[in-house]
Design a protein around this ligand. Structure first.
Ligand SMILES: Nc1ncnc2c1ncn2[C@@H]1O[C@H](COP(=O)(O)OP(=O)(O)OP(=O)(O)O)[C@@H](O)[C@H]1O
Ligand SMILES: [Mg+2]
Length: 406
C-alpha cells in the first residue's frame, strides 16, 4: 500500500526541499519505490534539479508536472520522471504561465483536488512511498499536504527565528489534526521536528537545535548537519551516496530519518504488512553496517543465539560459529551496564575483525549484532551503527520471530 509523507518547513528556506530530496534518494537506495512530488507553487524541486549543467538533459524533460495534473486533470499525459537508474521518480511542478499562477495556488490549497491528483499518481504506478515536498511555513498548500498524508514531519533550521516559527507551526499542525479527527478523518501521524543546517561548531546553532529537541522530546531527535555538500548536491542533482567525499554524519542522518519513516510506515500499514516489516528492518541495519563500516558481512542474533538475519557473503554455519563466539564473550564480560547502551567486543575471527554489539532494549530482550570486517571499526563508525540500531529499536521493540539465516 502506498503511504504518503508530507515534508513540512517551519518557515521558508529551512532546508525542506533538500531534506525531501535526500530522504527520497536514501529510501530509493534501499530498494523502495519512491515518488517525490513538488507541492511548492514556486516549483523549487525542479529548480534545484535544473541548476546543474550536467543534467541539462533532465531539464529538457521537465515538460509536464504537478501544475498540469492539478489544473488540467486527465488532459495531458502524466509521466513522473524516473530519476537515473534508481527506483526514484520525481514529479516537479512543471511549466506554469503567469496567468495560471493564482488558479494553481488555489488548486494546491484544495485538499480534495490535491487528493484526487495524488490518487491519479498512485493509479499510474505502484509506489511504496510518495514524498510530498510541501511549501514552507503555514501555507494552505502545506495544510492540504498534511490532510493527504499518512505521516508528516517538520523541518526547523537551527537558527533562532526558525525555532520561534516552529512553536507556531506545532500549534498549527495540532489544530489541523484535531479538526481532521473531529470530522472523522484519520489524521497524519506527526513524526516530530527535524533540526536542519546544524552547525556543530556554532554555540548558537547547537543551542537552538537543543531547544528544538526540547519542544518535542518524543520526536525524531535527528539533526541534519550544515554542509556545503547540500547546495552542491542539489545543483548537480546528486544523492549523498553519489558523492565520494560525503562524510558519514550526513549519510547517517538520512539513514536514521529513513529508518524512522519506515518504522512508522510499517506501523501504519495493514496488520499483514507489518509482520513482514521486522526482518526488513534487520536487513536495513545490516546493510547500514556494510555501507558505513565497509563490513564484509554482518548478522544479528536473538537472546537464544538464533540467527535472525544476515547480509553479505557469510554462510549459516559461519554465522553460527561467529555468533557463538560473541555470545560466550559477552557472558564472560559479566554484567552489562544498560545505561551505556550497546556493549561492544572486538576480536580476530578467521583473519577478519569481528565486532559484536549487544543491545538490551528491555529486561528480557537482547540482540547481538555481529560485524565482520577487514579493518577494525573506528569508534565513530561503531557509534553511528549503535545510534541507527537504537533508533530502530525505539520504534520497534517487539522482535520479529527468529528465522535461521540461509
Ligand atoms: N543542511 C544544509 N546545509 C547547508 N545548506 C543547506 C542545507 N540544507 C539546505 N541548504 C541550502 O539552503 C537553501 C534552502 O534550502 P531548501 O530549498 O531545501 O529550503 P526549503 O525549506 O525547501 O525552502 P522553500 O521555503 O523555498 O521551500 C538552499 O540553498 C540549500 O542548498
Ligand atoms: Mg522547499
Amino acid at each position: 500500500m502506498t503511504q504518503r509523507i508530507a515534508i513540512l518547513g517551519a518557515k521558508g528556506g529551512v532546508g525542506g526541499t533538500t531534506v525531501a530530496w535526500h530522504l527520497a534518494n536514501t529510501l530509493a537506495g534501499q530498494g523502495r519505490s519512491v515518488l517525490l512530488v513538488d507541492l511548492d507553487p514556486a516549483g523549487s524541486l525542479g529548480i534545484h534539479l535544473r541548476q546543474g549543467r550536467k543534467h541539462a538533459r533532465e531539464e529538457a524533460r521537465f515538460e509536464t508536472g504537478m501544475a498540469d495534473l492539478l489544473l488540467y486533470p486527465g488532459e495531458k499525459a502524466l509521466e513522473p520522471y524516473p530519476w537515473k537508474e534508481s527506483s526514484l521518480s520525481i514529479l516537479p511542478r512543471g511549466p506554469l504561465s503567469p496567468s495560471e499562477w493564482t488558479s494553481y495556488q488555489e488548486a494546491l490549497a484544495d485538499p480534495e483536488r490535491l487528493g484526487k491528483a495524488l490518487d491519479a499518481l498512485q493509479d499510474h504506478a505502484a509506489f511504496d512511498l510518495i514524498l510530498l515536498d510541501a511549501p514552507g511555513g503555514l501555507h494552505p498548500g502545506a495544510e492540504a499536504a498534511i490532510r493527504n498524508a499518512k505521516l508528516c514531519f517538520l523541518c526547523v533550521q537551527a537558527q533562532p527565528l526558525a525555532g520561534e516559527a516552529a512553536k507556531a507551526a506545532l500549534h498549527w499542525i495540532d489544530h489541523i489534526e484535531k479538526e481532521m479527527q473531529d470530522s472523522g478523518q484519520d489524521p497524519a501521524t506527526f513524526l516530530g521536528l527535524l533540526s536542519t543546517m546544524v552547525k556543530s561548531k556554532s554555540r548558537l546553532s547547537t543551542t537552538v537545535s537543543e531547544e528544538i529537541r526540547a519542544l518535542d522530546p518524543a520526536g525524531l531527535g535527528i539533526e541534519i548537519p550544515y554542509g556545503a555538500i547540500y547546495p552542491a548536491a542539489s545543483r548537480l542533482g546528486l544523492s549523498l551516496q553519489e558523492i565520494p567525499t560525503c562524510e558519514a554524519p550526513h549519510k547517517e542522518a538520512f539513514e536514521r530519518l529513513a529508518t524512522r519513516v519506515l518504522v512508522q510506515v510499517g506501523k501504519a500499514s495493514a496488520s499483514g504488512e507489518e509482520e513482514d516489516f521486522g526482518p526488513a528492518l534487520w536487513d536495513r541495519i545490516l546493510q547500514y553496517c556494510r555501507d558505513t563500516a565497509k563490513a564484509d558481512a554482518a548478522f544479528v542474533m536473538d537472546t537464544q543465539g538464533l540467527a535472525i538475519a544476515s547480509a553479505g557473503p557469510i554462510s549459516a554455519e559461519e554465522v553460527e560459529n561467529a555468533g557463538t563466539r560473541l555470545m560466550i564473550s559477552f557472558e564472560h564480560a559479566g554484567r552489562i551496564d544498560r545505561e551505556a547502551g550497546a556493549e561492544s567486543i572486538v576480536f580476530q575471527f578467521e583473519k577478519k575483525t569481528l565486532t559484536g554489539l549487544l543491545f538490551r532494549p528491555s529486561e528480557d530482550q537482547s540482540f547481538t549484532l555481529g560485524i565482520l570486517s577487514t579493518e577494525a571499526l573506528s569508534p565513530q563508525q561503531r557509534d553511528s551503527i549503535v545510534r541507527v540500531a537504537e533508533d530502530l529499536l525505539q520504534g520497534h521493540l517487539t522482535y520479529p520471530s527468529p528465522k535461521v539465516a540461509t
